[in-house]
Design a protein around this ligand. Structure first.
Ligand code: NIG
Ligand code: FE
Length: 395
């Protein structure tokens, strides 16, 4: 779309910048967009003229959701595993190998179609930025093609060759770590911005995780980590030590883990700032206790919310669903949850051009079918996303 775009008659605008309360709310507002960027925010009554026009009709407008954790490159599903869990089976992560088998057997076109389908689903639910991980290929060729396909859809791509040790390396995990750090990283790095490790009992221990993440850093990738999902462990503190942008899951934390994350938020940690990304879709779908979001927020930790969209532990692409879960089940206030799903996700990706609606930001906007952001938690399961504007273009 060429020319400027004015979104006016906004009853409640969440800017995450200057304005009322922690969400920087402005009432009766308008946003002017040029060349994919926000160039002006102000009272609707004083809005400048533009080439194109969207009338929000008094509804709420938010920054597009930033989903900073998703596994979209896979084949098959695990609906039967979900049904077994709902009948009492525990979640162990063991099903990852089932998806690895299906993914290796799939064609590029099949994988591409799944990524596009899930990315489209998310977009219709207001997600304008979505991180995409590899991690169901676990061979040099399959990890490289997973990331090549992911990079067609997102610039936020993550190499997760260290998701689990694949069956053919089960009795020689050191050799698999060598493969991940050597030829697999070399083949994946051209398509990846980040490196991630599933640091958990049954996946990768702290020494393997440190070695893999250090190789990724040396290859120019940023660090993120699956940590403390299924039990307590050293993952979160490893993330802080390595200046991870985000440690994800954070379901089982010690006081020292929380303090280490809070130190980074205050600027006292070893790195810049490590965000705690909470993935309540995983606890919902594995019927597990939710992370203690209040403990993190009260300690001053920066919290993000993401879907963890994957065929095993959390097969949802819906950020509004995660917001509703965060409010109802994790006792986040609606404002905290909306911030975490927008600006929080941006921090987890170390981006300052998304998750906010202030001049200079990317013009990623969501127009709700509701007068307030509160309705996203208050009306769970209802399709409240009326219009999505991404990079200044109505979708
Ligand atoms: O984030 N925890 C590791 N990886 C995914 C689950 C993957 C799967 O079960 O297929 C997660 O929950
Ligand atoms: Fe995950």
């Amino acid at each position: 779309m060429s020319g400027s775009l004015l979104v006016d008659n906004i009853g409640e605008l969440v800017t995450n910048g200057a304005g009322e309360g922690p969400l920087g709310i402005r009432r009766n507002a308008a946003v002017l967009v040029e060349e994919g960027r926000v160039v002006w925010v102000g009272p609707s009554a004083y809005a400048p003229a533009a080439d194109h026009h969207v009338d929000a009709g008094g509804a709420a407008v938010l920054p597009g959701f930033v989903d900073s954790h998703a596994h979209l490159v896979f084949a098959g599903d695990r609906a039967a595993e979900f049904a077994a869990r709902m009948a009492g089976e525990p979640y162990t992560g063991g099903g990852i190998r089932t998806t690895v088998g299906a993914t290796r057997a799939a064609t590029d076109e099949e994988l591409r179609a799944t990524v596009r389908r899930l990315r489209g689903e998310a977009l219709r639910q207001g997600t304008t930025t979505m991180e995409i991980k590899s991690g169901y290929g676990l061979t040099v060729a399959d990890e490289a093609r997973s990331l090549r396909i992911a990079a067609e859809t997102s610039t936020e791509t993550t190499f997760l060759g260290a998701h689990v040790v694949p069956a053919e390396y089960a009795d020689r995990p050191d050799d698999y770590v060598g493969l991940v750090c050597g030829p697999m990283l070399a083949a994946a790095a051209p398509y990846a911005k980040w490196i991630d490790v599933f640091c958990e009992q049954g996946a990768f221990d702290v020494d393997h995780a440190r070695a893999i993440l250090a190789c990724g850093q040396a290859a120019g990738l940023g660090v993120r980590l699956h940590a403390n999902q299924l039990g307590p462990g050293p993952g979160v503190q490893l993330g802080v030590e390595l200046d991870a942008a985000s440690v994800d899951h954070c379901t089982h934390l010690s006081d020292a883990d929380v303090a280490a994350l809070a130190d980074t938020a205050r600027g006292d940690g070893p790195g810049t700032r490590t965000v705690a990304t909470l993935l309540p879709g995983a606890e919902f779908s594995t019927r597990s206790p939710y992370p203690d979001a209040r403990r993190l927020l009260d300690a001053g930790v920066t919290v993000a919310l993401a879907t963890d969209c994957n065929p095993g532990s959390s097969y949802t692409s819906s950020m509004p669903f995660c917001v509703a879960l965060a409010v109802r089940e994790m006792r986040m206030t609606p404002a905290e949850a909306i911030w975490a799903a927008t600006a929080g996700g941006a921090r987890a990706l170390r981006r300052d051009d998304i998750g906010v609606l202030t001049p200079g930001a990317r013009a990623d906007l969501v127009v709700l079918d509701a007068p307030s952001y509160l309705h996203l938690a208050y009306r769970p399961g209802v399709p409240l996303i009326r219009q999505v504007i991404r990079n200044g273009v109505p979708q």
